[in-house]
Ligand binder design. Structure first.
Ligand code: SF4
Ligand code: SF4
Length: 409
């Protein structure tokens, strides 16, 4: 069987067909503008570990000029999926779309099998009730400050109450009258980092936003997409139906990766908004000034600025936190989290983080707070201390937590 035929037969519904005639694979004009923004090329200096190199490998395989090769899979796996190459590309090569399909093909064709623990995690993520139940001890440990993994950061998640129940309780008490939004709660976020969802509900209600949390929603599929698993399409279909039936003005996401995946899910039929961008648009209540010595360093998730193509987190929102803040050095560069990249390629992920995190060792502030808007990036930043890249104490927070005064109860 020809390689191109294999590609056509194995393409998942909703994903592009990549074959010898695919315009997607031939759209690269080899200019190399993407090389300097690619973290894996910058780390390795290896052309095959760059967007241009990967595209060439995929194209040559699809055209039958290169035998299906272990190295092609390896270079595909080494891509963080940060999408920094997309805005840098004058030919507008849809790299992320192509990457998603190639990862899917590699799994379908048996050329790559994600590690068993990650396949188990993906299985759990697709079953939010089970995931929440299994992660209950983790929520309890986080509450008492025991962090059994380098990627876990401190927090106070509710152990039993869900975000849906919490939002319904607060909505009944405060009865906001503004725009009506559905909150995407996420799988890992709800199971482990639930306190960020709770803070999001409080901040939205404090700003007169009606918050609906559909209990039937599931995982957005971002993790399954990273792993190349075809179950991503079923997960997206569930959420597509749930959110379209929710009778809301928009879906809001407090994780940029989950937000990007949900944008693909809804395909423009219902606005999907990053919660901080949404708050910036409607105008957010400002907090009282925070202690003068504290400093917040803001890092921008790749899937916010390259994936969702937002310019960043609105300045009005960051000002409203009441903190002295500034953008972290290289704030638009990848931190190496990449969904599950920091579990699949931990050494690469740490090397990428090493450059970005060094400033924390000498950063001014008491406390020093690293703030971002994606829980997976928060995990990666947390690991900088646990892995010895940063040798002083610092806090990792979501920007929505800095906006949360706790006044709404
Ligand atoms: S997605 Fe990121 S790591 Fe992958 S090729 Fe593009 S810039 Fe490089
Ligand atoms: S910037 Fe775009 S067109 Fe240029 S080499 Fe990179 S992917 Fe190809």
């Amino acid at each position: 069987m020809k390689d191109s035929e294999t590609s056509q037969q194995k393409s998942a519904p909703g994903l592009p067909v990549l074959d010898a005639s695919s315009a997607l694979l031939t759209s690269c004009v080899h200019c190399g503008f993407c090389l300097e923004v690619c973290p894996t090329y910058q780390q390795s200096g290896d052309e095959n570990n760059s967007p241009r190199g990967r595209l060439r490998l995929w194209r040559q395989e699809a055209q039958g000029r290169l035998e299906p090769d272990w190295w092609t899979v390896q270079y595909t796996q080494e891509c963080v999926g940060c999408l920094a190459c997309e805005p840098a590309c004058p030919a507008k090569v849809p790299y992320g779309e192509i990457l998603e399909e190639v990862r899917h093909q590699h799994v379908q064709q048996g050329r790559h099998l994600p590690p068993l623990p990650l396949r188990l995690a993906a299985w759990l993520a697709a079953r939010p009730g089970w995931f929440s139940f299994v992660a209950l001890p983790v929520r309890m440990l986080r509450r008492v400050g025991i962090l059994p993994h380098r990627l876990l950061f401190a927090g106070q998640p509710a152990v039993v109450e869900t975000t849906a129940a919490y939002a319904a309780r607060l909505m009944a008490r405060h009865r906001p009258t503004g725009p009506r939004v559905a909150l995407l709660t996420g799988c890992l976020m709800e199971a482990v980092f639930r306190e960020i969802n709770f803070a999001t509900v409080r901040v939205l209600i404090r700003n007169n936003v009606q918050v609906v949390v559909p209990e039937q929603q599931g995982c957005c599929g971002a993790m399954h997409e990273h792993l190349g698993l075809s179950s991503v399409q079923q997960l997206r279909e569930v959420n597509r139906q749930v959110f379209l039936a929710a009778d809301v003005d928009a879906v809001v996401a407090n994780s940029s990766g989950c937000g990007l995946s949900t944008m693909k899910t809804l395909g423009g039929r219902l606005p999907v908004r990053d919660v901080l961008d949404f708050l910036g648009e409607i105008g957010v209540q400002a907090n009282s000034p925070q202690p003068a010595k504290s400093r917040v360093y803001v890092d921008l998730p790749c899937h916010l600025v390259h994936g969702q193509k937002l310019p960043g987190i609105p300045q009005s929102v960051l000002d409203a936190t009441g903190y002295h803040w500034e953008l972290a050095p290289q704030a638009r560069d990848c931190c190496g989290s990449g969904g599950v990249y920091n579990l699949q390629q931990p050494e690469n992920a740490q090397q990428i983080l090493k450059h970005k995190s060094q400033f924390l060792n000498t950063a001014e502030g008491d406390p020093v707070i690293l703030a971002t808007s994606n829980h997976v990036c928060m995990m990666q930043w947390q690991s900088a201390g646990r892995c010895g890249l940063v040798q002083r104490s610092y806090q990792v927070r979501h920007v929505i937590q800095l906006l949360d005064t706790g006044e709404v109860t």
